[in-house]
Design a protein around this ligand. Structure first.
Ligand code: HGY
Ligand code: MN
Ligand code: MN
Length: 409
Protein backbone atom coordinates (compact mmCIF):
# COMPACT_ATOMS: atom_id res chain seq x y z
CA UNK A 1 0.00 0.00 0.00
CA UNK A 2 1.51 3.32 -1.01
CA UNK A 3 1.51 5.93 1.71
CA UNK A 4 2.62 8.37 -0.94
CA UNK A 5 4.62 11.56 -0.49
CA UNK A 6 4.92 12.91 3.05
CA UNK A 7 3.97 16.49 2.14
CA UNK A 8 4.46 17.75 5.68
CA UNK A 9 8.12 16.72 5.70
CA UNK A 10 8.73 17.96 2.15
CA UNK A 11 7.33 21.42 2.90
CA UNK A 12 9.17 21.63 6.24
CA UNK A 13 12.50 20.77 4.58
CA UNK A 14 11.88 23.34 1.83
CA UNK A 15 11.35 26.01 4.47
CA UNK A 16 14.35 24.88 6.54
CA UNK A 17 16.72 24.79 3.53
CA UNK A 18 15.21 28.12 2.42
CA UNK A 19 16.62 29.73 5.57
CA UNK A 20 20.18 28.55 4.89
CA UNK A 21 22.22 31.34 3.31
CA UNK A 22 20.29 34.45 4.36
CA UNK A 23 22.52 37.55 4.15
CA UNK A 24 22.52 40.57 6.49
CA UNK A 25 19.57 41.99 4.55
CA UNK A 26 17.62 38.74 4.91
CA UNK A 27 18.04 37.85 1.23
CA UNK A 28 18.55 34.21 0.25
CA UNK A 29 21.99 34.11 -1.40
CA UNK A 30 23.43 30.57 -1.57
CA UNK A 31 25.91 30.96 -4.42
CA UNK A 32 27.80 27.93 -5.68
CA UNK A 33 30.74 26.84 -3.50
CA UNK A 34 30.12 29.57 -0.92
CA UNK A 35 29.92 29.05 2.85
CA UNK A 36 26.14 29.21 2.48
CA UNK A 37 26.32 26.47 -0.17
CA UNK A 38 28.39 24.34 2.23
CA UNK A 39 25.75 24.77 4.92
CA UNK A 40 22.99 23.80 2.50
CA UNK A 41 24.95 20.79 1.27
CA UNK A 42 25.69 19.65 4.82
CA UNK A 43 21.98 19.80 5.67
CA UNK A 44 21.01 17.91 2.52
CA UNK A 45 23.70 15.27 3.12
CA UNK A 46 22.29 14.69 6.62
CA UNK A 47 18.81 14.21 5.19
CA UNK A 48 20.09 11.83 2.50
CA UNK A 49 22.01 9.79 5.08
CA UNK A 50 18.97 9.83 7.35
CA UNK A 51 16.95 8.27 4.54
CA UNK A 52 19.44 5.41 4.39
CA UNK A 53 21.10 6.53 1.17
CA UNK A 54 24.80 6.25 0.37
CA UNK A 55 26.15 9.79 -0.07
CA UNK A 56 28.73 10.38 -2.81
CA UNK A 57 30.43 13.57 -4.01
CA UNK A 58 32.28 13.87 -7.30
CA UNK A 59 35.25 16.02 -8.27
CA UNK A 60 33.06 18.95 -9.41
CA UNK A 61 31.10 18.76 -6.17
CA UNK A 62 27.97 17.08 -7.52
CA UNK A 63 26.27 15.52 -4.48
CA UNK A 64 24.35 12.21 -4.76
CA UNK A 65 22.26 10.08 -2.43
CA UNK A 66 22.13 6.54 -3.80
CA UNK A 67 19.71 3.73 -2.98
CA UNK A 68 21.80 0.74 -3.96
CA UNK A 69 19.19 -1.77 -5.04
CA UNK A 70 18.48 -4.13 -7.92
CA UNK A 71 21.01 -4.08 -10.73
CA UNK A 72 22.07 -1.96 -13.65
CA UNK A 73 22.03 1.77 -14.24
CA UNK A 74 20.13 3.89 -11.74
CA UNK A 75 17.09 6.01 -12.30
CA UNK A 76 18.17 9.51 -11.30
CA UNK A 77 16.07 12.37 -9.96
CA UNK A 78 17.28 15.73 -8.71
CA UNK A 79 18.12 19.33 -9.51
CA UNK A 80 20.29 21.89 -7.66
CA UNK A 81 20.42 23.73 -4.33
CA UNK A 82 22.59 26.71 -5.26
CA UNK A 83 20.58 29.91 -5.75
CA UNK A 84 20.71 33.27 -7.49
CA UNK A 85 21.01 36.50 -5.47
CA UNK A 86 17.87 37.30 -3.45
CA UNK A 87 16.30 34.03 -4.51
CA UNK A 88 13.08 32.22 -3.78
CA UNK A 89 13.14 28.96 -1.81
CA UNK A 90 11.75 26.60 -4.48
CA UNK A 91 14.06 26.96 -7.53
CA UNK A 92 16.11 23.75 -7.62
CA UNK A 93 15.63 22.79 -3.97
CA UNK A 94 12.11 21.55 -4.69
CA UNK A 95 13.35 19.00 -7.23
CA UNK A 96 16.08 17.69 -4.94
CA UNK A 97 13.87 17.45 -1.84
CA UNK A 98 10.95 15.95 -3.79
CA UNK A 99 13.42 13.37 -5.13
CA UNK A 100 14.33 12.52 -1.54
CA UNK A 101 10.64 12.34 -0.63
CA UNK A 102 10.10 9.90 -3.51
CA UNK A 103 12.84 7.62 -2.16
CA UNK A 104 11.34 7.72 1.32
CA UNK A 105 7.85 6.97 -0.03
CA UNK A 106 9.09 4.01 -2.10
CA UNK A 107 11.04 2.60 0.84
CA UNK A 108 8.01 3.08 3.09
CA UNK A 109 5.83 1.10 0.71
CA UNK A 110 8.39 -1.69 0.66
CA UNK A 111 9.16 -1.46 -3.05
CA UNK A 112 12.05 -3.70 -4.07
CA UNK A 113 13.43 -1.73 -7.00
CA UNK A 114 14.71 -3.51 -10.11
CA UNK A 115 17.47 -0.91 -10.35
CA UNK A 116 19.22 1.65 -8.10
CA UNK A 117 17.78 5.12 -7.52
CA UNK A 118 19.96 8.22 -7.17
CA UNK A 119 19.02 11.69 -5.90
CA UNK A 120 21.31 14.38 -7.34
CA UNK A 121 22.14 17.96 -6.33
CA UNK A 122 24.28 19.32 -9.14
CA UNK A 123 26.92 21.97 -8.52
CA UNK A 124 26.51 25.53 -9.78
CA UNK A 125 23.31 25.25 -11.77
CA UNK A 126 22.69 28.99 -11.56
CA UNK A 127 26.02 30.18 -12.93
CA UNK A 128 25.74 33.48 -11.03
CA UNK A 129 29.21 33.29 -9.44
CA UNK A 130 30.96 30.91 -11.90
CA UNK A 131 29.93 30.58 -15.56
CA UNK A 132 28.55 28.67 -17.35
CA UNK A 133 25.34 27.74 -15.61
CA UNK A 134 24.35 24.08 -15.27
CA UNK A 135 28.10 23.55 -14.82
CA UNK A 136 28.09 20.47 -12.55
CA UNK A 137 25.63 18.56 -14.72
CA UNK A 138 27.48 19.65 -17.88
CA UNK A 139 30.72 18.18 -16.50
CA UNK A 140 28.78 15.06 -15.39
CA UNK A 141 27.49 14.68 -18.97
CA UNK A 142 30.97 15.10 -20.45
CA UNK A 143 30.20 18.48 -22.04
CA UNK A 144 32.82 20.45 -20.12
CA UNK A 145 36.32 19.35 -19.15
CA UNK A 146 36.68 18.93 -15.39
CA UNK A 147 39.98 20.81 -15.15
CA UNK A 148 38.53 23.70 -17.16
CA UNK A 149 35.51 23.86 -14.87
CA UNK A 150 37.60 23.75 -11.70
CA UNK A 151 39.78 26.56 -13.08
CA UNK A 152 36.81 28.88 -13.72
CA UNK A 153 37.15 32.29 -12.10
CA UNK A 154 34.20 33.67 -10.17
CA UNK A 155 32.74 37.17 -10.36
CA UNK A 156 34.53 37.67 -7.02
CA UNK A 157 37.90 36.54 -8.42
CA UNK A 158 37.87 33.17 -6.65
CA UNK A 159 38.71 29.87 -8.36
CA UNK A 160 35.97 27.22 -8.30
CA UNK A 161 38.27 24.28 -7.55
CA UNK A 162 39.80 26.09 -4.58
CA UNK A 163 36.37 27.06 -3.28
CA UNK A 164 35.09 23.47 -3.53
CA UNK A 165 38.13 22.30 -1.57
CA UNK A 166 37.64 25.09 0.98
CA UNK A 167 34.02 24.09 1.64
CA UNK A 168 34.90 20.40 1.72
CA UNK A 169 33.02 19.35 -1.42
CA UNK A 170 35.83 18.54 -3.84
CA UNK A 171 34.90 14.88 -4.00
CA UNK A 172 36.93 11.94 -5.25
CA UNK A 173 34.36 10.33 -7.57
CA UNK A 174 35.03 10.91 -11.26
CA UNK A 175 32.17 13.00 -12.71
CA UNK A 176 29.91 10.89 -14.88
CA UNK A 177 30.62 7.68 -12.98
CA UNK A 178 26.90 7.35 -12.28
CA UNK A 179 25.43 6.74 -15.71
CA UNK A 180 21.64 6.99 -15.32
CA UNK A 181 19.15 4.82 -17.17
CA UNK A 182 16.85 7.85 -17.07
CA UNK A 183 16.79 11.29 -15.44
CA UNK A 184 13.71 13.13 -14.18
CA UNK A 185 13.71 16.66 -12.81
CA UNK A 186 10.79 18.21 -10.98
CA UNK A 187 10.91 22.01 -10.90
CA UNK A 188 8.73 25.04 -10.39
CA UNK A 189 7.87 26.46 -13.82
CA UNK A 190 9.27 29.92 -13.07
CA UNK A 191 6.92 31.35 -15.70
CA UNK A 192 3.20 32.15 -16.20
CA UNK A 193 2.07 29.37 -18.57
CA UNK A 194 0.62 26.75 -16.20
CA UNK A 195 -1.18 29.32 -14.09
CA UNK A 196 -2.68 30.98 -17.19
CA UNK A 197 -3.80 27.59 -18.49
CA UNK A 198 -5.07 26.40 -15.09
CA UNK A 199 -2.85 23.34 -15.58
CA UNK A 200 -1.46 21.59 -12.50
CA UNK A 201 1.38 19.78 -14.24
CA UNK A 202 3.72 20.70 -17.08
CA UNK A 203 5.14 17.80 -19.10
CA UNK A 204 8.21 19.57 -20.43
CA UNK A 205 8.91 18.44 -23.99
CA UNK A 206 11.77 20.79 -24.78
CA UNK A 207 13.97 23.59 -23.44
CA UNK A 208 15.11 26.74 -25.22
CA UNK A 209 18.66 27.57 -26.35
CA UNK A 210 20.79 29.89 -24.18
CA UNK A 211 23.54 32.36 -25.10
CA UNK A 212 25.45 34.23 -22.35
CA UNK A 213 28.09 36.90 -23.12
CA UNK A 214 30.01 39.44 -21.04
CA UNK A 215 30.81 42.75 -22.82
CA UNK A 216 33.60 45.09 -21.70
CA UNK A 217 33.41 48.66 -23.03
CA UNK A 218 36.54 50.82 -22.84
CA UNK A 219 35.98 54.56 -23.27
CA UNK A 220 37.84 57.39 -21.55
CA UNK A 221 37.14 58.68 -18.07
CA UNK A 222 36.88 62.44 -18.05
CA UNK A 223 35.45 65.40 -16.17
CA UNK A 224 31.63 65.51 -16.25
CA UNK A 225 31.63 69.31 -16.27
CA UNK A 226 34.45 70.36 -18.53
CA UNK A 227 34.23 67.76 -21.34
CA UNK A 228 32.17 68.93 -24.36
CA UNK A 229 29.59 66.29 -25.43
CA UNK A 230 31.22 65.91 -28.87
CA UNK A 231 34.57 64.98 -27.29
CA UNK A 232 33.30 62.24 -24.97
CA UNK A 233 34.13 58.54 -25.15
CA UNK A 234 31.40 57.68 -22.71
CA UNK A 235 31.36 53.95 -21.86
CA UNK A 236 28.17 54.46 -19.88
CA UNK A 237 26.27 55.91 -22.81
CA UNK A 238 27.55 53.14 -25.06
CA UNK A 239 26.31 50.55 -22.56
CA UNK A 240 22.91 52.25 -22.43
CA UNK A 241 22.66 52.14 -26.25
CA UNK A 242 23.33 48.39 -26.15
CA UNK A 243 20.77 47.81 -23.41
CA UNK A 244 18.06 49.66 -25.35
CA UNK A 245 19.20 48.26 -28.72
CA UNK A 246 18.83 44.72 -27.36
CA UNK A 247 15.14 45.30 -26.72
CA UNK A 248 14.64 45.68 -30.50
CA UNK A 249 16.34 42.27 -31.04
CA UNK A 250 13.94 40.49 -28.74
CA UNK A 251 11.08 39.60 -31.03
CA UNK A 252 9.37 36.51 -32.47
CA UNK A 253 10.30 34.23 -29.59
CA UNK A 254 13.73 35.56 -28.63
CA UNK A 255 14.16 36.98 -25.12
CA UNK A 256 17.05 39.29 -24.22
CA UNK A 257 18.25 40.42 -20.80
CA UNK A 258 21.02 42.63 -19.44
CA UNK A 259 21.09 41.39 -15.86
CA UNK A 260 24.37 42.89 -14.72
CA UNK A 261 25.77 46.33 -15.57
CA UNK A 262 28.73 48.01 -13.87
CA UNK A 263 30.23 51.45 -14.65
CA UNK A 264 33.80 52.38 -13.75
CA UNK A 265 34.85 54.35 -11.77
CA UNK A 266 31.17 54.73 -10.77
CA UNK A 267 31.38 58.34 -9.57
CA UNK A 268 28.81 61.07 -10.04
CA UNK A 269 31.13 63.58 -11.71
CA UNK A 270 33.26 61.23 -13.84
CA UNK A 271 32.32 60.19 -17.37
CA UNK A 272 32.49 56.36 -17.18
CA UNK A 273 35.80 55.20 -18.64
CA UNK A 274 34.60 51.58 -18.69
CA UNK A 275 31.45 49.51 -18.47
CA UNK A 276 30.93 45.76 -18.02
CA UNK A 277 27.57 44.21 -18.86
CA UNK A 278 26.16 40.73 -19.41
CA UNK A 279 23.79 39.71 -22.20
CA UNK A 280 21.46 36.69 -21.84
CA UNK A 281 19.75 35.69 -25.14
CA UNK A 282 17.36 32.73 -25.39
CA UNK A 283 15.13 31.18 -28.03
CA UNK A 284 13.55 27.74 -28.54
CA UNK A 285 14.67 27.95 -32.19
CA UNK A 286 18.41 27.62 -32.84
CA UNK A 287 18.26 29.62 -36.10
CA UNK A 288 16.58 32.59 -34.41
CA UNK A 289 19.01 32.43 -31.49
CA UNK A 290 22.00 32.50 -33.87
CA UNK A 291 20.38 35.41 -35.74
CA UNK A 292 19.93 37.32 -32.45
CA UNK A 293 23.62 36.76 -31.64
CA UNK A 294 24.58 38.07 -35.08
CA UNK A 295 22.33 41.12 -34.60
CA UNK A 296 23.96 41.76 -31.22
CA UNK A 297 27.42 41.72 -32.74
CA UNK A 298 26.22 44.19 -35.40
CA UNK A 299 24.83 46.46 -32.67
CA UNK A 300 28.13 46.25 -30.75
CA UNK A 301 30.14 47.27 -33.85
CA UNK A 302 27.75 50.15 -34.60
CA UNK A 303 27.82 51.52 -31.03
CA UNK A 304 31.62 51.16 -30.77
CA UNK A 305 32.09 53.22 -33.95
CA UNK A 306 29.50 55.84 -33.04
CA UNK A 307 30.71 56.35 -29.45
CA UNK A 308 34.47 56.04 -30.11
CA UNK A 309 34.82 53.18 -27.61
CA UNK A 310 36.35 49.68 -27.80
CA UNK A 311 34.04 46.78 -26.99
CA UNK A 312 35.26 43.23 -26.32
CA UNK A 313 32.92 40.26 -25.89
CA UNK A 314 33.52 37.10 -23.86
CA UNK A 315 31.29 34.03 -24.33
CA UNK A 316 30.13 32.65 -20.98
CA UNK A 317 27.69 29.95 -22.07
CA UNK A 318 26.08 28.64 -25.25
CA UNK A 319 23.61 25.75 -25.24
CA UNK A 320 21.43 24.68 -28.14
CA UNK A 321 17.73 23.98 -27.63
CA UNK A 322 17.07 20.50 -26.22
CA UNK A 323 14.23 18.03 -26.87
CA UNK A 324 13.39 15.71 -23.96
CA UNK A 325 12.64 12.00 -24.27
CA UNK A 326 9.14 11.60 -25.78
CA UNK A 327 8.50 8.30 -23.97
CA UNK A 328 9.30 9.89 -20.60
CA UNK A 329 7.19 12.95 -21.43
CA UNK A 330 4.30 10.61 -22.23
CA UNK A 331 4.79 8.81 -18.89
CA UNK A 332 4.52 12.17 -17.11
CA UNK A 333 1.30 13.01 -18.94
CA UNK A 334 -0.18 9.57 -18.13
CA UNK A 335 0.81 9.80 -14.47
CA UNK A 336 -0.75 13.26 -14.15
CA UNK A 337 -3.91 12.22 -15.98
CA UNK A 338 -4.27 9.11 -13.78
CA UNK A 339 -4.32 11.41 -10.76
CA UNK A 340 -6.88 13.65 -12.46
CA UNK A 341 -4.40 16.54 -12.67
CA UNK A 342 -4.78 18.89 -15.66
CA UNK A 343 -1.52 18.54 -17.60
CA UNK A 344 -0.07 20.23 -20.67
CA UNK A 345 3.08 19.90 -22.73
CA UNK A 346 5.35 22.89 -22.74
CA UNK A 347 8.76 24.38 -23.39
CA UNK A 348 11.08 25.36 -20.57
CA UNK A 349 12.14 29.01 -20.74
CA UNK A 350 14.74 28.41 -18.03
CA UNK A 351 17.88 26.33 -18.22
CA UNK A 352 18.01 23.18 -16.11
CA UNK A 353 20.34 20.30 -15.29
CA UNK A 354 17.99 18.04 -17.26
CA UNK A 355 19.16 19.66 -20.48
CA UNK A 356 22.67 18.35 -19.73
CA UNK A 357 21.57 14.87 -18.59
CA UNK A 358 19.63 14.65 -21.88
CA UNK A 359 23.05 14.33 -23.55
CA UNK A 360 23.67 10.97 -21.87
CA UNK A 361 20.29 9.42 -21.05
CA UNK A 362 16.55 9.73 -21.63
CA UNK A 363 15.54 12.81 -19.61
CA UNK A 364 12.45 14.89 -18.99
CA UNK A 365 11.02 17.46 -16.59
CA UNK A 366 7.85 17.96 -14.60
CA UNK A 367 6.71 21.52 -13.84
CA UNK A 368 4.30 22.84 -11.26
CA UNK A 369 2.80 26.35 -11.41
CA UNK A 370 4.59 29.48 -10.17
CA UNK A 371 2.26 32.12 -8.72
CA UNK A 372 2.20 35.13 -11.09
CA UNK A 373 5.00 33.40 -13.03
CA UNK A 374 7.55 34.90 -10.64
CA UNK A 375 10.99 33.36 -9.99
CA UNK A 376 14.57 34.44 -9.26
CA UNK A 377 12.79 36.68 -6.75
CA UNK A 378 11.89 36.18 -3.06
CA UNK A 379 8.23 36.41 -4.08
CA UNK A 380 8.64 33.03 -5.84
CA UNK A 381 5.78 30.83 -4.59
CA UNK A 382 3.96 27.61 -5.37
CA UNK A 383 0.98 26.44 -3.31
CA UNK A 384 1.69 23.50 -0.95
CA UNK A 385 -0.92 21.26 -2.58
CA UNK A 386 0.65 21.95 -5.99
CA UNK A 387 4.11 21.09 -4.64
CA UNK A 388 2.84 17.79 -3.23
CA UNK A 389 0.94 16.98 -6.44
CA UNK A 390 4.12 17.45 -8.48
CA UNK A 391 6.04 15.18 -6.13
CA UNK A 392 3.35 12.50 -6.39
CA UNK A 393 3.56 12.57 -10.20
CA UNK A 394 7.33 12.20 -9.88
CA UNK A 395 6.76 9.28 -7.50
CA UNK A 396 4.43 7.53 -9.96
CA UNK A 397 6.77 7.93 -12.93
CA UNK A 398 9.81 6.80 -10.92
CA UNK A 399 7.96 3.79 -9.48
CA UNK A 400 7.10 2.74 -13.04
CA UNK A 401 10.71 3.06 -14.15
CA UNK A 402 12.12 1.27 -11.10
CA UNK A 403 9.62 -1.54 -11.18
CA UNK A 404 9.88 -1.90 -14.96
CA UNK A 405 11.96 -4.86 -16.07
CA UNK A 406 13.46 -2.72 -18.82
CA UNK A 407 14.55 0.89 -19.24
CA UNK A 408 12.24 3.79 -20.05
CA UNK A 409 10.37 3.82 -23.32
O1 HGY B 1 19.53 30.71 -16.17
C1 HGY B 1 18.73 29.80 -16.00
O2 HGY B 1 17.79 29.63 -16.74
C2 HGY B 1 18.90 28.86 -14.83
O3 HGY B 1 18.20 29.44 -13.74
N1 HGY B 1 20.27 28.65 -14.50
MN1 MN C 1 16.59 25.92 -11.24
MN1 MN D 1 17.32 29.37 -11.37
Amino acid sequence: MSAGIDGRVLLARLRELGEVGRDARGRLVRLAASDADRAGRDLLARWLQGAGLEVAVDAIGNLFGIWQAGAGQPVMVGSHIDTVIDAGIYDGCYGVLAGLAVVEALRAEGLVPARPLAVAAFTNEEGVRFAPDMMGSLVHAGGLDLAEALASIGTDGTVLGEELRRIGYAGSMVPGTIRPAAYLELHVEQGPVLEQDAAAIGAVADLQGISWQRLRIEGRANHAGTTPMALRQDAGHAAARIVTGLRALAEGGTVATVGSLRLEPDAINVIPGAAVLTVDLRDPDEGRLAAAEAALSGLVAEVAAAEGVAITTERLARFQPVRFDPALVARIEQAAAKRGLPVRRMTSGAGHDAQMLARICPSAMIFVPSRDGISHNPAEYTAPEALVAGAEVLLDVVRGLLGADRGPG
